[in-house]
Design a protein around this ligand. Structure first.
Ligand code: NAD
Ligand code: SER
Length: 315
């Protein structure tokens, strides 16, 4: 039987691109996109607040959903502006997804976790999979709790939940929605538009990052692999590349030598300082063959080429 997929938070940075990949793989009629707000007339797209359990269950029944990619969440920077709301959305929606999946016997759930699960006590470089998790941000706390809930539903109810800890994601097709790593997308837009960039992180704030194409491949790969190959039901560490604002600036200046960057760190610097600088993803590589394909230079070339096309005529 073909899978029928519901994507929550589908209008966000990842959802916008993941839905296209899922449609390519499963067919347009097999993928239902949902978000709080939707643009009128979009095919197979519905309005759904996933904190409303009754509505989520009704949607799953109405469309015969068998899998959920649960992307809806409040990210790290937005979360610090209203921690209670972030907790309610991130944990409330996750309980609803897991309970609905358990009740309706859904076959598979994707839950995106984050490098934000780590805190100051974890090793900063090549942070191992099983480092201590004492996150500093409410977002990180919700992701660490969410991973444990995933593991609980798998062990207690046999719910087939799969999860990766995405690094900061960078793509040219969509804009980020309020995270600490958003600067690494904005910097490319500014360069291509010949505008100066003011960075809210310090020049040496190194973080794990990943090109969107790698992230989408990781997502599809972990969802396809045979269950017996997954030794973890929390969130797998996955690494792409790691760099700080000074290094990405250097990379961009190979295309725009006069690109101007100034630094004005704000509250996001503290969040960044609590996260790893790089990630050890050896367990994902061993378990399900995870391999990234984009380093900083390959990603810069892709971002700049594609943003030039997007903005052609405007600069
Ligand atoms: P985003 O902020 O761009 O999109 C999130 C979407 O969720 C938005 O479109 C928003 O409208 C929607 N949403 C919020 N509350 C909702 C609700 N109650 N009901 C339905 N929809 C709701 O986020 P993203 O970058 O696309 O991230 C998707 C997932 O991946 C999140 O769980 C995030 O924590 C995780 N993640 C993202 C990154 C990254 O760098 N983008 C890194 C690590 C983990
Ligand atoms: N990119 C995300 C954020 O900055 C990490 O989960 O919030």
């Amino acid at each position: 039987m073909s899978e029928k997929i519901l994507v929550t938070g589908a209008g966000g940075q990842i959802g916008t691109e993941l839905v296209t990949k899922l449609v390519e793989k499963y067919g347009v009629d097999q993928v239902i996109s949902s978000d709080l707000r939707i643009s009128e007339g979009s095919q197979n797209t519905i309005q759904l607040d996933v904190t409303n359990k009754e509505n989520l269950e009704a949607v799953c029944l109405e469309y015969g959903i068998s899998q959920i990619y649960h992307l809806a969440a409040i990210l790290s920077a937005k979360g610090e502006e209203n921690p209670l709301w972030a907790w309610q959305v991130n944990m409330g929606s996750l309980f609803n997804v897991f309970e609905t999946a358990r009740k309706l016997n859904l076959t598979r759930i994707f839950y995106p976790s984050s490098i934000a699960v780590f805190g100051l006590e974890a090793p900063k470089k090549l942070t191992p999979q099983h480092a201590v998790l004492i996150p500093e941000s409410i977002y990180g706390i919700s992701k660490a709790a969410g991973e444990n809930l995933a593991n609980y539903y798998f062990k207690r109810y046999g719910l087939d939940v799969r999860s990766v800890r995405y690094p900061g994601l960078i793509g040219y097709k969509s804009l980020p929605g309020g995270g600490t790593t958003d600067y690494a997308v904005e910097i490319y837009h500014k360069a291509v538009l010949h505008e100066p960039f003011e960075c809210y992180l310090q020049s040496d704030a190194a973080l794990p990052m990943m090109y969107m194409e790698d992230a989408l491949n990781a997502t599809l790969q972990i969802m396809e692999v045979d269950s017996s190959r997954l030794s973890l039901r929390t969130g797998y560490n996955i690494a792409g590349c790691s760099f700080d604002p000074a290094e990405i600036t250097e990379s961009v200046r190979k295309y725009y030598p006069d690109f101007e960057v100034t630094y004005k760190p704000d509250f996001r610097q503290k969040i960044a300082e609590s996260w790893p600088a790089s990630i050890d993803d050896s367990i994902a590589r061993n378990d399900w063959g995870w391999t990234p394909h984009y380093g900083l230079e390959e990603m810069t070339a892709e971002m700049i080429n594609n943003l030039r096309k997007k903005y052609s005529g405007k600069n």
